[in-house]
Design a protein around this ligand. Structure first.
Ligand code: HAM
Length: 422
């Protein structure tokens, strides 16, 4: 039998309800923040990610799904959403249109990673991008509060907000040179991949999943020593607003984030839920300057984050499964025993459904008792059928929890709607 590719999943039943809840909770919050939804293509030119995420990032160097189409164009399945948003803003000339400066997306992303709980090769992200030339501190706070409120609305509480200031490109340049020197002295203690990164991108050694735990990495020079006073002041003012809002956070100087476009403030929401096995980042984001690396006046600066839906899903599934099972419900079940009965109520069924009543009926004709069982298994509020003496007439019976009501077919819609309890 052909099976689904490794790192992908089919989502149905209870799981789809949890996904839907996650999307619904986010979308209703997005309304309060006046954020517009955007849908971008599933695949983009490979060059887009190469330029904006950085050639040396994990995403581009070893995780991206790239392919040539029949016309030899080099394309890639989206590994993340921010680059596409940058492209869409420029291509649709939205940069100076304030209506589209706050955007969100709910999309499948693709990365060739080693699959495990909460880490998939196809996964959903809910992403937010606030485009703003000056990286306004209020927008940075908006982003953090939005992400936090989202988790709270889902009753997820076992997370810590980590935040860091990685400075501007110029500030980082000085720091990177010092790091190169520092790590060269300890080369042998680092993993092979980190050894390579000493030259290409020593910052990434700081938040490498394994090497970040080494003492020599923990003791490496800190970015804060290389920041301008202005940059430090801005960071401190953001931290004091978070204090004012009673939002707990930890400044984590090892947090650098893995994509080239980040600048200044970066943050992650790290969950310690047992549902994920190990501590994992459920939301990651930060500020970016010149997202598209285009060096012209159409520079895209902004603040954004993405929620890893599968990770949120794992936590919710552990917390919520029983609640969802109880919510399964059908409003009306029609027991239909012959073609004549189907014909009599067909229009009625569609009318009820278009009035938002949940209606089900049996597809196969079986013994009445079996059909009644089927209806009861679906926890239907009302069951509609013809008693034996009603066969070949226009009379029907509505069975509620405690009474049977006899009605004429013409009054069925009205009587059903009156007897439904919401
Ligand atoms: P990211 O940190 O690469 O950032 O991904 C954001 C979140 O997506 C992660 O924190 C994680 O929860 C989830 N995630 C990442 N990879 C996987 C995977 N293989 N399986 C399941 N979940 C995963 C970005 O993608 C940036 N575009 C976020 C951003 C938006 N920054 C600014 N604006």
């Amino acid at each position: 039998m052909i099976q689904k590719p490794k790192g992908t999943k089919d989502i149905f039943g209870l799981d789809i309800k949890i996904y839907q809840l996650v999307f619904d909770v986010f979308e209703s919050l997005a309304k309060s923040y006046n954020i517009q939804k955007i849908i971008t293509p599933t695949f983009e030119s490979y060059e887009l990610f190469q330029k904006s995420n950085g050639e040396d990032s994990d995403i581009v160097s070893k995780e991206i799904y790239k392919f040539e189409d029949y016309n030899n164009r080099l394309l890639a399945l989206k590994p993340e959403g921010t680059a596409s948003i940058g492209r869409a803003i420029l291509e649709n000339k939205l940069l100076n249109n304030t209506k589209f400066n706050k955007l969100y997306y709910i999309d499948s992303m693709y990365r060739y990673e080693k699959p495990q709980k909460g880490r998939m090769r196809q996964f959903y992200q809910i992403g937010v991008e606030f485009i703003d030339e000056n990286l306004n501190s209020n927008l940075i706070i908006d982003a953090i509060v939005l992400a936090k409120t989202f988790l709270e609305k889902l009753s997820i509480s076992d997370f810590e907000i980590n935040i860091n200031n990685i400075g501007t490109i110029q500030e980082r340049e000085k720091y990177i040179n010092v790091l190169k020197q520092y790590f060269s002295d300890y080369k042998e203690s680092l993993s092979l991949i980190s050894q390579k990164r000493i030259e290409t991108n020593p910052l990434r050694i700081l938040d490498d999943k394994t090497d970040s735990k080494l003492e020599i990495v923990k003791n490496a020079p800190k970015i804060s020593e290389f920041l301008s006073q202005e940059s430090k002041d801005k960071f401190n003012s953001i931290l004091s607003i978070l204090d004012d809002l009673n939002i707990p956070y930890a400044v984590n100087e090892q947090l650098v984030r893995g994509l080239d476009y980040y600048s200044n403030i970066v943050f992650e929401f790290i969950s310690s839920s047992s549902a994920l096995g190990t501590k994992s980042t459920i939301i990651g984001g930060g500020c970016y300057l010149d997202l598209m690396n285009n060096n012209d006046e159409n520079k895209i600066n902004g603040i954004g984050f993405a929620i890893g839906v599968e990770r949120v899903f794992e936590i919710l599934k552990q917390n919520l499964s029983s609640k969802f099972e109880d919510e399964e419900r059908v409003d009306v079940f029609f027991i239909l025993e012959n073609e004549q009965q189907y014909n009599q109520v067909r229009k009625i069924i569609y009318e009820l459904r278009s009035n938002d009543v949940v209606v089900e009926y049996n597809l196969k004709s079986r013994k009445f008792k079996k059909l009644l069982d089927e209806a009861q298994k679906m926890k239907s509020q009302l069951i509609v059928f013809q008693e034996l003496n009603q066969h070949n007439t226009n009379k029907w019976t509505i069975k509620t929890n405690n009474v049977n009501i006899n009605v004429d077919v013409n009054d069925l819609v009205d009587k059903i709607e009156k007897n439904l309890k919401y």
